[in-house]
Design a protein around this ligand. Structure first.
Ligand SMILES: [Fe+2]
Length: 258
C-alpha cells in the first residue's frame, strides 16, 4: 500500500506530539502492509511549515524505518496567498518528493473564486494539485461539478480511507461510497494523525474497495495511482466519472464563493 497523506512527523502539527507516538504510527503502518509513506505536515495559519525542522524529522523517521518502508516529503498545503507565494519560489519544498504533485486542502467555509486560474497557473509551473478529502468538505460536496471539472483538467481527488469506513459519520461514508461507484475517486489515503481516532493503514479500506468495486479498482486507488504521484508520473487510472451515479440525490443551489 502507498499512503500519500500521513501526518507522521512528530511535534509539527496536530499529528503525533512525540517521537514515540510517531514511531507507533510507523509500526502500525508497516504492520498494515504500507510500503511508501508521504509525510505531510500542515502548512496553514495554525501550523507554519518549517522546512529545516521538517527535513530533520524526516531524516530521523527514515532512520527508524530502515528499508521496511520508504518515507518521502510532502505537505498538507493550505491554499493561502502566503503559501502560494512561497510555493512559486520553492516548488520542491511542498510537492511530493519534489516531483510535482501537491496535496491541496480547502477551508470548510469558502473556496477561492479564482481557484481555476490558480490551478491552471500551478499546472503551468509543473505542479499538479491533488484535492484532499473533498468528501469531508461541505461546499465541495454541494458542487461536485467543480470536482469533476478539475479532475478532467488533470487534478486528482484524494478521499480519506476513514470516510469510506464510516469513521467520519454516515454522511461522509455515503458520499465516499457513491463517488467510488461513480469512479470519482482517484486516490485513497489514511490522513493519519494518531493511532486511535485517525490511525494509519489502508488494509481495511483496500478490502472494502475490493468488496464494492473489485480488486483492480482497489489496486488503482491504494497502490498504482498513489505510487505514480510519488514518482511524479501521470496517474494510470483516471476514468471519466459516471455523472448519473455521482450526482447527489438532492442538490441545493447556494451562492457560495463570497
Ligand atoms: Fe491532512
Amino acid at each position: 500500500m502507498v499512503d500519500i497523506h500521513f501526518h507522521l512527523l512528530p511535534g509539527l502539527d496536530d499529528g503525533p506530539e512525540t517521537l514515540d507516538l510517531a514511531l507507533e504510527m510507523l509500526e502500525m503502518a508497516v504492520g498494515e502492509g504500507t510500503t511508501h509513506i508521504v509525510a505531510t505536515p500542515h502548512a496553514n495559519a495554525r501550523y507554519p511549515f518549517l522546512p529545516d525542522v521538517v527535513a530533520e524529522r524526516l531524516a530521523e523517521m527514515r532512520q527508524h524505518a530502515g528499508d521496511r518502508v520508504k518515507i518521502v516529503s510532502g505537505c498538507d498545503f493550505h491554499l493561502s496567498f502566503e503559501n502560494l507565494q512561497d510555493l512559486r519560489s520553492h516548488r520542491d519544498r511542498y510537492t511530493i518528493d519534489g516531483k510535482g504533485y501537491l496535496l491541496v486542502e480547502f477551508a470548510d467555509y469558502s473556496i477561492p473564486p479564482a481557484i481555476e486560474q490558480t490551478f491552471h497557473e500551478l499546472q503551468l509551473a509543473g505542479i499538479t494539485p491533488i484535492v484532499t478529502h473533498p468528501e469531508r468538505n461541505r461546499l465541495l460536496c454541494q458542487h461536485t461539478d467543480w470536482l469533476d471539472k478539475w479532475a478532467s483538467h488533470g487534478c486528482p481527488l484524494q478521499i480519506t480511507a476513514g470516510s469510506l469506513l464510516g469513521r467520519f459519520g454516515e454522511k461522509a461514508r455515503e458520499i465516499a461510497e457513491r463517488w467510488l461507484s461513480a469512479d470519482r475517486i482517484h486516490i485513497l489515503a489514511s490522513d493519519a494523525h494518531n493511532v486511535t481516532s485517525r490511525p494509519p493503514g489502508l488494509r481495511d479500506v483496500y478490502q472494502r474497495v475490493v468488496e464494492l468495486r473489485g480488486e483492480e479498482t482497489a489496486r488503482a486507488l491504494c497502490i498504482e495511482n498513489p505510487l505514480a504521484a510519488i514518482e511524479g508520473r501521470p496517474l494510470p487510472w483516471m476514468p471519466e466519472p459516471d455523472a448519473a451515479i455521482a450526482a447527489a440525490p438532492a442538490r441545493r443551489k447556494r451562492f457560495w464563493f463570497f
